[in-house]
Design a binder for this molecule. Structure first.
Ligand SMILES: [Fe+2]
Ligand SMILES: [Fe+2]
Length: 356
């Protein structure tokens, strides 16, 4: 019915509706002007800085420095790639999970990771990049993903260790990102973190079951923790002194805590949980420091981290080959989806005057 209002000869109501559209547009402009006035200055740079200083959110429509935009695109894209590549090490165990219940839980968990990737690609797209472009940067090796996913999953206990330690480290890293200065990233992180906490608990529960099972199962759980502990510590990145992107990210309130602070928080969290599991953290120098009110611990091998980032980890080649193959195999799905969307859009356009 409303469509008829726009078609002649009923020019009176058509005009009335267009007036409303124009009024709404004027209101939007006025609101944007008020926001600029509230910032105390019409200069976009000042507005940006005042939003950051006031701990408010930068939104896609806001002016932002090119460096800030680029830095966010890089970080969010790498995060998205990590979620997608991160499906592989555990996906490896879906067909071999020890029971139907474990299989269903693992399937849901791996599927969650795909969802995280999609929220994050969508958040990156609000910064004016295209998802296809980002996927291409991953496939041609110009953008990275978290080096943790270049380690193999040798036994079922690895699925437990990944949930407990890798998802645990991800939570410690990502909870502060729920308060990051870029609105779409912060909102995506809130949803992601809620799901990550389930992931951590399911990993913990797998390890708890194994640690209280047969001596063989217990040994398998300990072996998995022994192999995943240091790579998990390395997930927090290089030490603060060597971290190239940190200072700017902190000033922009993208990052809220330094790599070393987050790593310490993770260690402190894990010690008690390991005790409750009855498993040992493989660090002979791990001990409580009364003065610092934190645990002293052995740093991971950062040379190894650099080697793995540069492509020389145990599974780098395998992970990328698999991703490229999956991307090629999925080409027909993307083509079909695009053809379907085009057909729907065309039909909607054709039918609009009739429906009106
Ligand atoms: Fe995730
Ligand atoms: Fe996860």
């Amino acid at each position: 019915m409303y469509g008829n209002d726009f078609s002649p000869p009923d020019e009176v109501s058509s005009g009335a509706l267009l007036d409303q559209v124009e009024a709404a547009e004027a209101e939007l402009r006025a609101a944007a002007a008020r926001a600029r006035a509230q910032a105390g200055d019409a200069e976009p740079q000042d507005h940006f800085e005042s939003v950051i200083a006031a701990d408010q959110k930068i939104e896609p429509r806001d002016w932002m420095p090119e460096d800030y935009r680029r830095s966010l695109v890089r970080q969010i894209a790498q995060h998205a790639h990590s979620e997608i590549i991160g499906m592989q090490p555990e996906g490896n165990w879906i067909t071999r999970a020890p029971s139907l219940k474990r299989k269903a839980i693992l399937l849901a968990k791996v599927q969650d990771e795909a969802g995280h990737g999609l929220y994050l690609y969508a958040a990156a797209e609000t910064l004016g990049v295209d998802r296809e472009e980002l996927v291409e940067l991953l496939l041609n090796g110009r953008q990275k993903y978290s080096s943790i996913f270049n380690y193999p999953t040798l036994t079922w206990a690895d699925v437990g260790a990944i949930g407990w330690l890798v998802d645990g480290a991800a939570i410690v890293n990502q909870v502060p990102l729920c308060r990051c200065s870029y609105g779409p990233y912060a909102r995506a992180m809130i949803r992601v973190c809620k799901e990550e906490s389930f992931h951590q608990r399911q990993g913990y529960e797998i390890l708890h079951t194994l640690a209280h099972g047969t001596p063989g199962q217990r040994a398998m759980a300990q072996d998995a923790v022994d192999r995943w502990w240091y790579p998990s510590l390395a997930m927090f990145g290089p030490p603060d002194a060597d971290s190239t992107h940190s200072a700017k990210s902190m000033a922009w309130k993208i990052k809220r805590f330094s790599n070393d602070d987050l790593r310490q928080r993770f260690v402190d969290m894990c010690v008690q949980q390991a005790e409750a599991l009855g498993l040992r953290i493989p660090d002979p120098d791990l001990r409580w420091n009364d003065e610092r009110q934190a645990y002293d611990y052995t740093q991971p091998d950062y040379d190894e981290l650099m080697r793995v980032i540069k492509g020389d980890g145990p599974c780098n080649r395998q992970r990328m080959e698999h991703r490229r193959r999956a991307h090629a195999d999925g080409a027909w799905v993307r083509e079909a989806a695009a053809a379907y969307a085009a057909k729907r859009a065309e039909r909607a356009q054709r039918e609009e005057p009739v429906a009106a």
